[in-house]
Design a protein around this ligand. Sequence first.
Ligand SMILES: Nc1ncnc2c1ncn2[C@@H]1O[C@H](COP(=O)(O)OP(=O)(O)OP(=O)(O)O)[C@@H](O)[C@H]1O
Length: 231
Amino acid sequence: MLEFRNLRLTQGDFTLTADFQVPKGARVAVIGPSGAGKSTLLSLIGGFETPDDGDILWRGKPFGLSAPFERPISHLFQDNTLFAHMTAAQNVGLGLRPSLRLSKSEQSAVSEALRAVGLEGLETRRPGALSGGQQSRVALARVLVQQKPLILLDEPFSALGPAMRHEMIDLAKEVSERLGATMLMVTHDVSDVDRFADLVIWVEGGTCQPPRPWAEMKADPPQGLLDYIGT
Ligand SMILES: Nc1ncnc2c1ncn2[C@@H]1O[C@H](COP(=O)(O)OP(=O)(O)OP(=O)(O)O)[C@@H](O)[C@H]1O
């Protein structure tokens, strides 16, 4: 379980607060207007920002001031962060070892992850020779191979067209199911939420609301959500 305990961060005149729990294995969409604090929430979980007050707990233990690499988290951001001069397999292997000195079993894990995302046979391609969707698959394979129990996606597929984006979201769901991981995804698209989420964290003006079932929130939307989706 992921828990936000009286979490607070102030940056200039912006203050983010969160005080709730996210159940283990949930797929959670983080939505809200631009500038509401969605990326800041993910940065706090990842350890890229330090709260002024409160803490984030994972399985009952506070993250405290632990560094990003010490946290049990994989990340996927909008630009995929693939290295252009490395092959697909090397880009995935980096998720296991920055030195890329992989053991036999680690090499097998990389091949298996690439197979799982439908990239068998493309292991030696560099990102420039892959389509946008294939690059996203490499990034997802890197998340898969890391086998972390907590996965943060910040508008991961927003550069893709709708059909490809939906394919990637389905694949991300598969990855979360394979790993039994808790997944939080920032998105601006309600159709992504429909496809992806069990629960939704609504963020508005820095206030992160406790997760609610998406079906329930759609049936009784907060005014901010109605304004946001333009209904
Ligand atoms: N270093 C900083 N100093 C002051 N304010 C900041 C700083 N970094 C971010 N902010 C403010 O924090 C708020 C939250 O930003 P954040 O990027 O988390 O929003 P978001 O909901 O992810 O927005 P978007 O949907 O546009 O990506 C914004 O109002 C932003 O201007």
